[in-house]
Design a binder for this molecule. Structure first.
Ligand code: SF4
Length: 304
């Protein structure tokens, strides 16, 4: 086997295309490491699993503040829900580009396929992402590379363009065939994995954005915990759905409400806007506790 002729840092979500990108780049002569991003909206479990299966080094980047800033103000707008895909993708590539420079890689790569996703992967938006990420000539899309302008490592002859591919469109047959060729058997379905595309989650996110705002990172992280109620005075109530969520809520800042002597949920009111709201929050805990209706003996306390 020939020694690698260049070094690539490839965005790895764990999905099939991102895994194929790594193998295609390796076949074209590159040494490849992966980079993945973590926020309260999407995790890195699939990426870690994929990196292990591929046998490559994986860098995990906390991307929470970047993503919250984009949800607050996405320069290229949202997709079908509150998913700022074009800007999110460009920001990830920009972060990967910074790592490329710091760590001595020659290029950044992605598993994007031209024409696969109507919003973020059409030819025009692939160009927008390259331009806004500031990586002109150093962003390789190995699965569609032959349909795109040659990049610097290709022009220098360090990445063998003849081994890169010309996949386009939404059909998956070529990717499935390549997976079999490379022996890739474990990958999540292409859709899903990002809560910013889920309607139910986005309703909660929009409610938080409209009321408390998104500056408090912990309130954003808590969106995955409990049922939500918005009270007439403007306070929000987070109600635990099981023991694990109750335990999380008992450790948070705000007013915690729970019965100490009968089974039932714990409620957290992060910011109490009125005494009437607090009484309503107690009523919610009563209603959801076994034998709670009519009882007064709450354990209600403030954690700061
Ligand atoms: S689906 Fe989510 S993680 Fe993926 S580009 Fe869109 S906003 Fe970013």
């Amino acid at each position: 086997m020939q020694p690698p002729t260049c070094r690539g840092l490839s965005l790895l979500s764990g999905g099939l295309d991102s895994q194929l990108a790594v193998r295609v780049l390796e076949r074209a002569g590159a040494y490849v490491e992966g980079v993945t991003f973590e926020t309260p909206f999407f995790g890195c479990v699939a990426a870690k699993k994929a990196a292990e299966a591929l046998g490559i080094v994986l860098h995990v980047v906390d991307f929470t503040d970047d993503e919250i800033a984009l949800v607050e103000n996405p320069p290229h707008g949202f997709g079908g829900a509150m998913n700022p895909c074009i800007d999110c993708h460009a920001a990830m590539i920009r972060r990967a580009g910074e790592m490329m420079t710091e760590r001595g890689f020659d290029f950044v790569a992605t598993g994007e396929v031209q024409g696969q996703r109507p919003m973020s992967q059409n030819r025009q938006n692939l160009g927008v992402v390259e331009k806004t990420s500031g990586l002109k000539g150093r962003l390789v899309r190995p699965l569609s590379a032959k349909l795109l302008e040659p990049t610097v490592p290709e022009l220098e002859g360090r990445l063998d363009r003849s081994k890169l591919l010309d996949i386009s469109g939404r059909a998956r047959d070529r990717q499935i065939a390549l997976a079999a060729e490379f022996g890739i058997v474990d990958y999540p379905s292409p859709a899903g994995g990002c809560k910013l595309t889920e309607e139910g989650f986005c309703r909660k996110l929009k409610d938080l954005k409209d009321h408390e705002g998104l500056a408090n990172r912990r309130l954003v992280e808590l969106l995955v915990v409990g049922r939500r109620f918005r009270l007439p005075g403007g306070s929000s109530v987070i109600l635990g759905r099981d023991c694990a969520e109750n335990a999380v809520l008992r450790g948070e800042s705000g007013t915690v409400i729970a019965f100490s002597d009968i089974p039932g949920p714990t409620a957290l009111v992060p910011v109490v806007k009125s005494e009437a709201d607090l009484e309503l929050a107690r009523g919610i805990v009563r209603a959801w506790s076994r034998g709670g209706v009519g009882r007064e003996a709450f354990r209600s306390y403030q954690i700061c």
